[in-house]
Write a protein that binds this ligand. Structure first.
Ligand SMILES: [Mn+2]
Length: 293
């Protein structure tokens, strides 16, 4: 089957995934993207919704209003992923929606841009859209190991090769001990099958320069988080934040306390779950039991 050269496509299609905690950074990502957009084609954005409140959805929509942007909310099924899966560190289930992307988006889409919600777009996203994927399953930035924060995904190929099934199987195999959920899976399943994106499209905060088109605040330290003042170039985040419905938001003292409290409650939950799952792990055929369900 001949793959898609999108030059003829009349819409730029982009997918984000976010849970409620990422509402504000998602608004910043969308806002920065639309402020720096220079093209006549419309952007159709799909947001895989991991539980964003109505109030935050309205704020997100207000943050990026433009004749060139259409937003579609996609509610994923509740049982997409194996039960008992533990998301380590700062990760949550929303991170894994991207491995099921082909089933969550309209079946006629040949390709899509995937963006993390912890990015700020400084360049024209239409230029990323117009890059030819060729025969690759996806394009990503990385040397040897791909970074999954900015992807140009060949959906046609993804469906043709049943990648969603392969990725889900890989997830089940590693159900109890995956360190970086989606990214490890993509690297394992797509080894040797992905092409390279220029570093400008997924630049680490400390390396931002005049060529940077997307800056990716990729570690656990986020500009809006407790150690936000230690993040290089975090001003870029706040520059666009002040153009959103969250304009003026800063991590003041009460918010800092609130974030700490939430952080500890999440860590406690995870610790409890991981004790439970390590008991399950010792039982034989844990993954087989899942397959049978
Ligand atoms: Mn990220």
């Amino acid at each position: 089957m001949q793959v898609v050269n999108n030059k003829g496509s009349d819409k730029v299609t982009i997918v984000f995934t976010a849970d409620n905690r990422f509402s504000m950074p998602l608004a910043v990502a969308l806002c920065s993207m639309i402020k720096n957009y220079q093209d006549n084609r419309k952007i159709v954005a799909f947001i895989i919704d991991g539980g964003i409140t109505r109030n935050n959805k309205n704020k997100i929509i207000r943050s990026c209003q433009s004749d060139y942007l259409e937003i579609n909310w996609v509610k994923p099924a509740k049982n997409l992923f194996p039960k008992g899966y533990i998301y380590k560190a700062h990760f949550s289930e929303a991170i894994n929606y991207r491995i099921q992307i082909s089933g969550l988006l309209p079946p006629d889409l040949a390709k899509v841009i995937y963006l993390d919600s912890d990015v700020v777009v400084l360049g024209n996203i239409a230029e990323l859209w117009d890059i030819d994927i060729g025969e690759d399953y996806l394009l990503a930035q990385g040397r040897g190991i791909l970074n999954s924060g900015v992807l140009l995904i060949n959906l046609e190929k993804w469906r043709e090769k049943n990648l969603s099934v392969a990725l889900l199987d890989a997830l089940r195999e590693t159900i109890y001990d995956l360190k970086v959920p989606d990214q490890s899976l993509l690297n394992a399943v797509l080894f040797g099958k992905w092409g390279k994106l220029n570093y400008a499209w997924n630049t680490w905060p400390k390396n931002v320069n005049e060529k940077t088109k997307i800056v990716h605040f990729l570690t656990a330290k986020k500009p809006w988080g407790i150690d936000g003042d230690k993040v290089p170039n975090s001003y870029l985040f706040f520059k666009y934040l002040d153009m959103t419905a969250w304009s003026g938001w800063r991590l003041n003292f009460p918010r800092r306390l609130w974030q700490r409290a939430q952080f500890f409650s999440r860590q406690t939950n995870k610790a409890i779950k991981s004790v439970i799952s390590s008991k399950q792990k010792r039982r034989p055929h844990a993954s087989k039991r899942y397959h049978d369900q």
